[in-house]
Write a protein that binds this ligand. Structure first.
Ligand SMILES: Nc1ncnc2c1ncn2[C@@H]1O[C@H](COP(=O)(O)OP(=O)(O)OP(=O)(O)O)[C@@H](O)[C@H]1O
Ligand SMILES: [Mg+2]
Length: 282
């Protein structure tokens, strides 16, 4: 069966995309689901959550084992057809599990630029989808999780959304985040319509989740109010029923700063969202 392709996008940065991507990788692996994480952030958010920079540079970047390298091949389809995807898939250890990852590269920015602004590249928004189609089915992935960057780079959002079955949009509980998210989502929806993705199809892909990333305006009782406001602006917006609570262990997990209870504490707060994820996404 084809893998489910799930991505993470947001309007503002720092809302928890990378955290959710890596925790999904961990939780899915724990349940024996074969999962590939793909870092589509040229500033290496997910990659450096899982690798030390020096190791990454020596073992991956210097050997062209990155998302920039397979995406670039969409400009040379003959080479893409012959490409061995195993070359770009690396393994990273996280909470005693081995996670499959395609790391990112600062070169991704140049590659995205040549795809997007090169008139001869044609159907630019489908390039990531096209490239993922060449991942050999014998690798048997159940899920592909794509971490992206904030949507001020609409190029990334469009490419990522086009390639995904579902797209998770984390939201912090601030008025500022709500406004920025509404504004960006509306713009992306208009742009997606230009490339023949209907409004219904677009909103069916999106699922918003509140993540209580550390802010001083972080009150749970705001959630129903914010959902109402969001639905007024975007009537077709769909939400996870669960939100992700705040926990000091989130920034430490997987790092050398991790404390003995962090794994247990983070799990407890992520579990309700994960159950909701399985219910809604399968
Ligand atoms: N529920 C949470 N409770 C506490 N801290 C959290 C929570 N979720 C995420 N964080 C922390 O918030 C910070 C930002 O999260 P993260 O890097 O995942 O966001 P991002 O959306 O990927 O950011 P960027 O847009 O820069 O890529 C990190 O330090 C992360 O550990
Ligand atoms: Mg990130």
């Amino acid at each position: 069966m084809a893998p489910k392709i799930i991505s993470l996008i947001s309007a503002p940065g720092g809302v928890g995309k990378t955290t959710i991507a890596v925790l999904l990788g961990w939780f899915l692996k724990e349940r024996n689901k074969k999962t590939l994480l793909i870092d589509m952030d040229p500033s290496l958010g997910l990659t450096l959550n899982l690798f030390d920079f020096a190791d990454y540079k020596r073992d991956l970047e210097d050997h062209n084992k990155t998302s920039a390298d397979f995406l670039e091949l969409t400009l040379r389809p003959d080479e893409l057809r012959k490409f061995d995807f195993n070359h770009v898939i690396s393994t990273a250890s996280f909470q005693k599990y081995n996670l499959d990852l395609i790391a990112s590269s600062i070169r991704l920015e140049t590659v995205m630029g040549s795809i997007w602004y090169n008139p001869s590249s044609g159907h630019r928004e489908t390039k990531l989808k096209d490239a993922l189609g060449y991942i050999p089915s014998k690798l048997n992935y159940d899920y592909i999780i794509i971490d992206s960057i904030p949507c001020y780079a609409l190029v990334y959002a469009m490419t990522t959304l086009f390639a995904s079955d579902k797209c998770i949009v984390p939201l912090r509980l601030t008025r500022n985040d709500l406004g920025r998210t509404i504004s960006m989502i509306k713009k992306i929806q208009e742009d997606m319509e230009q490339v023949k993705v209907s409004e219904d199809e677009f909103y069916n892909k999106l699922l918003f989740v509140f993540n209580r990333v550390n802010t001083q305006y972080n009150y749970d009782d705001k959630i129903p109010k914010y959902i109402d406001e969001m639905r007024k602006a975007i009537p077709k917006a769909q939400f996870f029923d669960e939100y992700i609570g705040q926990q000091a262990g989130f920034p430490r997990i997987g790092t050398t700063e991790q404390k003995p209870d962090d794994s247990k504490n983070v799990k407890k707060l992520f579990e309700p969202f994960f159950k909701d994820f399985i219910e809604k996404i399968g």
